[in-house]
Design a protein around this ligand. Structure first.
Ligand SMILES: [Zn+2]
Length: 343
């Protein structure tokens, strides 16, 4: 068992982390104490740091992308001390209407670890045992990427993508790339669009994407999107920008009968023209978080090497260095994914 007290890194207010000594919580019935080994830095953490995450309450311990090790479980558990696990950080109420329908990812009273409740930027954490997913083969770094990859897997599952789909991904940050990772298993006809040429280059090099579209602000994307698909428009569009204008533009870039999936979130109204929506008979889907089943699918894809995660991590820092290193790391334009190393 760990020491009674541990150093937690807490975001006290925007732009200010502090290290606090706090008691390590004992696991209650149905809970497991885990040792945090790796933490992925997510867009949510960055927004919270800048004070741009609406309805976010401070102080908060961030960290929801976790590679961890089991210390001890209380009550029934298939886990053993030393097992490597990742955490499904979506704490749902099993009795809620959405949970009863299997939609644990968007439960009415959902609390996300590290967002609505304190997360993993600390050496030890207790979590419901049912939210732990074990691996025998994935590395700790890979475990810290699982939650982010699940966002892509869930969006692709929502879309019912098939080999005949011509698909466009708008936005190739980590979320767009996680969509791309799993979409490529469903269809080979994928184009990506972004405002960053560096990111597009990464899609060409790491994912072999031939059709990459540079987005020029204020200019219609339609001609270049048609170019990418032999003069036609795509059947399936994923918006991973969280940008209002980009999301609104998808209605004009979609083929008749197409599906649009909003993976990125914009905090406000996105408007569309209803006759345009009807004329094309579009299907619009939101995608939020992921389910336990998808955590299993992603871990299995990593273990069987069906997906390659080797190029994701560009930055690393130690947990104790977060207050000093975090601001510098997230300001670096070459950042793709940062990992906090707790060992
Ligand atoms: Zn995340």
């Amino acid at each position: 068992m760990p020491a009674d007290y541990q150093n937690e890194i807490r975001l006290e207010e925007p732009h200010r982390f502090e290290t606090n000594s706090a008691l390590v919580a004992e696991p209650a019935e149905g809970e497991t104490l885990i040792r945090i080994r790796r933490i992925g830095v997510c867009g949510t953490d960055i927004h919270a740091f800048h004070g741009r995450q609406p309805f976010f309450e401070y102080p908060r311990i961030l960290g929801h992308e976790l590679g961890a090790e089991v210390v001890a479980s209380q009550g029934h558990s298939d886990l053993s001390p030393g097992d490597w696990v990742t955490v499904e950080p979506y704490l749902n109420d099993p009795e809620s209407p959405a949970s009863r329908k299997g939609k644990t990812n968007c439960c009415e009273s959902l609390r996300v670890l590290g967002v609505h409740t304190d997360g993993g930027m600390r050496p030890y954490l207790t979590v419901p045992t049912t939210k732990l997913h074990r691996t025998g083969k994935a590395t700790l770094d890979q475990l810290a990427l699982v939650e982010m990859l699940c966002i892509g897997q869930h969006a692709v599952n929502r879309s019912f993508a098939s080999p005949t789909d011509r698909a466009l991904i708008l936005g190739t940050g980590p979320i767009g790339l996680s969509v791309l990772t799993f979409l490529q298993n469903r269809t080979q006809n994928v184009a990506v669009a972004d405002i960053s040429e560096t990111r597009l280059e990464f899609c060409r090099e790491a994912f072999g994407i031939e059709e990459t579209i540079l987005v020029e602000p204020g200019q219609s994307l339609e001609p270049s999107v048609r170019d990418a698909f032999g003069g036609e428009l795509p059947d399936l569009l994923f918006d991973a920008t969280g940008n209002r204008d980009s999301m609104a533009s998808t209605f004009d870039l979609a083929a008749h009968g197409a599906r649009i999936v909003f993976v990125g979130l914009f905090q406000g109204e996105v408007r569309f023209d209803d006759p345009n929506f009807h004329r094309r008979e579009l299907t619009l889907l939101a995608s939020r978080n992921a389910t336990a089943k998808e955590f299993g699918e992603v871990i299995s894809a990593i273990e069987t090497r069906a997906i390659d995660t080797s190029a994701w991590v560009t930055h690393r820092m130690a947990l104790a260095d977060v207050p000093a290193e975090f601001p510098k790391t997230i300001a670096d334009p070459s950042l793709r994914k940062a990992i906090i190393d707790c060992d």
